[in-house]
Ligand binder design. Structure first.
Ligand code: 5AD
Ligand code: SF4
Length: 367
């Protein structure tokens, strides 16, 4: 497309579906325009700050059977674990020492009492250990309103629940069509999290079989319509022990998936300048420069993995995940240098809340 015509789309007040499809299809000069503009928007609203969340892959037990995920209940090759409290607290100490400001606890989905109580207990313990210094993000799937409330009251203040695809039909091509995998229920959970006052994040996978630019544009519109505070986007990576492995020839190439993820991040940064956007680990797996590419397209959050090494091999949402990223002891130095090399700087010892969320809260309080 003509450079000027493309530029005028980038500067529209409100991007419509067709505009988004154009942005997501950008190539060559237009692609550079998109990325440059997204970076400029980010720097204007959020400066060049990067926030860190020390990630703990808390448990790989899961009652679900998502067709893309290595942790699905039918994958019997996985040795299931839950990290004991004392080891999670050891991770919290590392996060504190390294000035990470926040922690993220991620797990498969369980709704039994032992699990729900366990998460509540460990959240409280992290709060106590850190004297409230560490912010806490949870990503533990669909739960009842009561559970979400309990975890919030225990001290978790952010929650990530990806919609995976905001198009119902596409959702059911990647999840079994059963009551446990209900699309409507997923939407309800996101609404509940928003209502309870969590800084709520969602996201999708990019490069799924049969996914079109139209689907992805609808995902972006979905994020805007929900006015979420955070988004996590990452490329789909086929896992050999899952049903979607069969369709691995029907998805875009690695480079195409990472480029498309980058464009999604850029378009979303332009649409929602103040949200927190994470540079997903999956980007790094497909391209050693993936993390930097996401940051330069508009991401402002990185989640260094603090999970004790012996659990990592069993948290294979997608293959080779355990070998991506740095070991806790190296993460600190490497990240700092890598971010400085692309003119970004890490903000230490702050929760790093989403500016979008903080402003909205002040607004609703009438301040
Ligand atoms: N490829 C990429 N991302 C995946 N996820 C799960 N399986 C895969 C995969 N094969 C993502 C989903 C989920 C999160 C835990 O990881 O988006 O929400
Ligand atoms: Fe379980 Fe989440 Fe994997 Fe689905 S994506 S199988 S809910 S861990």
């Amino acid at each position: 497309m003509d450079k000027q015509a493309f530029e005028s789309i980038l500067h529209k007040d409100i991007l419509q579906r067709d505009d988004l499809i154009t942005l997501l299809g950008a190539k060559g000069d237009n692609l550079k325009q998109l990325l440059d503009h997204a970076l400029a928007v980010k720097l204007e609203h959020l400066d060049n700050n990067i926030h860190l969340r020390g990630l703990v892959e808390y448990s790989n037990t899961c009652r679900k059977n998502c067709k893309y995920c290595g942790l699905r209940v039918q994958n019997t090759k996985v040795v299931r674990y839950t990290v004991p409290d004392d080891e999670v607290l050891q991770c919290a100490r590392i996060a504190l020492e390294q000035g990470y400001g926040s922690m993220a606890l991620q797990s498969g989905e369980r709704t039994d009492r032992e699990f729900v109580d366990g998460v509540e207990r460990v959240v409280k313990a992290i709060k106590q250990l850190s004297g409230g210094k560490l912010g806490i993000t949870l990503s533990c799937g669909e739960q009842s309103e009561e559970t979400y409330r309990r975890w919030f009251e225990a001290g978790a203040h952010r929650y990530l629940l990806r919609i995976e695809s905001s198009t119902r039909e596409l959702y059911y091509t990647i999840h079994p069509h059963t009551p446990e995998h209900s699309f409507e229920r997923r939407l309800e959970c996101i609404d509940t999290l928003l209502r309870l006052g969590y800084q709520t994040g969602t996201g999708v996978m990019v490069g799924l079989p049969a996914q079109t630019l139209g689907h992805l544009a609808d995902d972006l519109l979905f994020f805007r319509s929900k006015d979420v505070a955070m988004v996590g986007l990452g490329p789909f990576i086929p896992h050999p022990d899952t049903p979607l492995w069969e369709l691995r020839d029907q998805i875009p190439s690695k480079e195409e998936r990472i480029e498309l993820t980058t464009k999604m991040i850029a378009a979303l940064r332009i649409m929602m300048p103040e949200i927190n956007m994470v540079s997903a680990t999956a980007n790094q797996l497909l391209d050693p420069q993936g993390r930097e590419r996401a940051v330069l397209a508009g991401a402002n959050v990185i989640m260094p993995n603090l999970t004790p090494n012996r659990y990592r091999e069993e948290y294979l949402i997608y293959p080779d995940k355990a070998n991506v990223g740095d070991r806790p002891e190296e993460a600190y130095r490497n990240l700092e240098a890598r971010m400085n090399a692309i003119n970004h700087s890490i903000l230490y010892n702050e929760w790093g809340d989403s500016v979008a969320f903080t402003k909205r809260k002040q607004h609703t309080k009438g301040e």
